[in-house]
Design a protein around this ligand. Structure first.
Ligand code: C2G
Length: 130
């Protein structure tokens, strides 16, 4: 049982997120998604989410590739998360390339996947405002 983990806000869920989750799940058998809480988004990522944590969690739990959704409350929890959830592989989009290589020291494979081009929550909001 190969266990994979990934992190994100996943607000205004779109096909770029789905592509990431699909490819992450394909790297193992069980996918843990660590979902940024509203507080973490606002205080640490300066992101104002359209959907609340509970709404974003429900959306993610409805995705066939996702096995478990847990909260992301700070930048430091990754080291403990990978131990607590017996993670084999950590996956993020390549906008984060290199940022989490320290997890290799925990015996975790670190994989950065190409982002899906042209789609982003920011783009969606801009297009809707036109
Ligand atoms: N993503 C993607 N293609 C896009 C948009 C997003 O592959 N067009 C990926 C991102 O690279 C990320 C995941 O989808 O791996 C979630 O994206 P966000 O919700 O924007 O996540 P982010 O705000 O980068 O949070 O501790 C890490 C942070 O929580 C990551």
């Amino acid at each position: 049982m190969k266990r994979v983990i990934t992190y994100g806000t996943f607000d205004l869920l779109h096909y770029g997120h789905i592509n990431l989750l699909k490819r992450a799940k394909a790297l193992g058998d069980y996918l843990v998604v660590v979902l940024s809480t509203d507080e973490f988004n606002w205080n640490m990522k300066q992101k104002k989410c359209y959907f609340t944590y509970e709404q974003r969690k429900a959306l993610l739990e409805a995705i066939r590739y996702v096995d478990l959704v847990i909260p992301e409350e700070n930048w430091e929890q990754k080291k403990t998360d990978v131990k607590e959830y017996h993670i084999d592989t950590f996956v993020m989009g390549d906008d984060w390339v290199g940022k989490f290589d320290f997890l290799k020291e925990e015996g975790v494979e670190v994989v950065y996947l190409p982002r899906t081009p042209e789609i982003s929550t920011t783009q969606i909001k801009q297009d809707l405002n036109k």
